[in-house]
Design a protein around this ligand. Sequence first.
Ligand SMILES: CC(C)(COP(=O)(O)OP(=O)(O)OC[C@H]1O[C@@H](n2cnc3c(N)ncnc32)[C@H](O)[C@@H]1OP(=O)(O)O)[C@@H](O)C(=O)NCCC(=O)NCCS
Length: 161
Amino acid sequence: MSTIEHLTAADHAAVGCLLRNAYADYAERMGSEWPRLRDGLPRAATRLANAEIAGVRGASGLDAVVFYFAPGKSDGVIFPCDWASLRLLGVAQAARGRGLSRQLTEWCIARARDQGATRIGLHTSEAMTTARGLYERMGFVVDGDLPMNFGLRYWRFRLDL
Ligand SMILES: CC(C)(COP(=O)(O)OP(=O)(O)OC[C@H]1O[C@@H](n2cnc3c(N)ncnc32)[C@H](O)[C@@H]1OP(=O)(O)O)[C@@H](O)C(=O)NCCC(=O)NCCS
């Protein structure tokens, strides 16, 4: 098991780099929409100020991150505020296949339970098939369609706790 840490403002630049590296998987599929996602990712850590950012450090930087929102802190648009939610799960290309995304998702679920949440939500798109398979094996179910974004269909998923 890797050690999961709460990240701080000192890590925000590294979080942005990691997210760009991870989400570059979808650059080709997103085509002309990719620059909008790519350019927004470095700002996510400051823009999503209600998030706790958790991550795993590697030998030369961050290996993986996730943004976790406690019940009462979710955005109220994609997720009801009283749900816990997780967003922007990303694993560096070089750190894949070691179970880090499963470990970070389990960390969010455990934290949501500890904090008394009755549901935890996430959203994912038609392009994110590896993540979607993981979420479904962990018990998440589709909870409705979301507006298309970056040229992709998105769904909200939820897990009842
Ligand atoms: C999706 C992503 C987070 C997976 O990270 P990872 O740390 O390599 O994944 P893990 O090693 O924890 O594996 C998670 C599960 O996916 C499976 N998996 C991993 N890579 C896979 C692949 N290329 N194809 C199919 N399944 C795969 C694993 O077998 C594992 O299954 P299990 O835990 O049920 O046995 C990573 O590829 C990534 O950052 N992708 C780009 C960003 C993204 O899509 N984020 C999610 C947005 S919703």
